[in-house]
Design a protein around this ligand. Structure first.
Ligand code: HEC
Length: 140
C-alpha cells in the first residue's frame, strides 16, 4: 500500500502539473483569439477617429456627405428645430445674403437652436465649413 502511494503521488503531481500547464496555455490562446476577434472593431474605431490624425481623410479633403449625413442632416434634412432645410432656396436666400463668413461663424459657434458645430465638437472647422459651402451651393 505504502509502495503504491509512493508511486501514485509523483504520478498525480505530474498529471496535476500538466493540467495546470494546459490550462495556462489555453488561457493564452483565448487571449490571442480575443485580440483577433476584436481587431476589426478596434481598427474601425481607429479609422473613425483618424481624420484628426490625418490618416483616413487626407488634409484638405473633407467627406462632406459623411459629415452632413451623420451630424447636420438630423436638423437640416428635416427642418427639425426650425433649421433651414438643405436646398430650400427661400429659407437660405436671406442667410446666404449675410455672406459666407457669417454663415461659417454661425455654424462654428452656434446660433439660437443651432448648436456649435451641429453639436459635434470633434468636427474640424474645415469639415463644418465644407458643409456650409455645400448648403450655399444647394441654395443657388
Ligand atoms: C440640432 C439641430 C441642428 C443641427 C444638428 C445642425 N443645425 Fe444648423 N441650424 C439649426 C437651426 C435651428 C438653425 C437656424 C438658426 C437660426 O437662424 O435661428 C440652423 C442654421 C444653420 C446655418 C445658418 C446660420 C445663419 O447664420 O443663418 C448654417 C450655416 C448651419 N446651420 C450649418 C450647420 C452645419 C454645417 C451643421 C452640421 C455640422 C448643422 N448646421 C447642424 C439646427 C441644427
Amino acid at each position: 500500500m505504502n509502495r503504491i502511494a509512493r508511486l501514485a503521488l509523483p504520478a498525480a503531481l505530474v498529471i496535476a502539473t500538466s493540467m495546470l500547464a494546459a490550462c495556462h496555455q489555453k488561457e493564452e490562446v483565448s487571449k490571442e483569439e480575443t485580440a483577433t476577434l476584436i481587431a476589426p472593431v478596434a481598427q474601425v474605431a481607429l479609422a473613425g477617429s483618424a481624420p484628426a490624425a490625418g490618416a483616413a481623410v487626407p488634409a484638405g479633403k473633407v467627406d462632406v456627405k459623411h459629415v452632413f449625413d451623420t451630424v447636420c442632416s438630423a436638423c437640416h434634412a428635416t427642418g427639425a428645430a426650425g433649421a433651414p432645410k438643405v436646398g430650400d432656396k427661400a429659407a437660405w436666400g436671406p442667410r446666404v445674403a449675410q455672406g459666407k463668413d457669417a454663415l461659417y461663424h454661425s455654424a462654428l459657434n452656434g446660433k439660437n437652436a443651432m448648436p456649435a458645430k451641429g453639436g459635434n465638437p470633434s468636427l474640424s472647422d474645415a469639415e463644418v465649413k465644407a458643409v456650409v459651402d455645400y448648403f450655399i451651393a444647394q441654395a443657388k
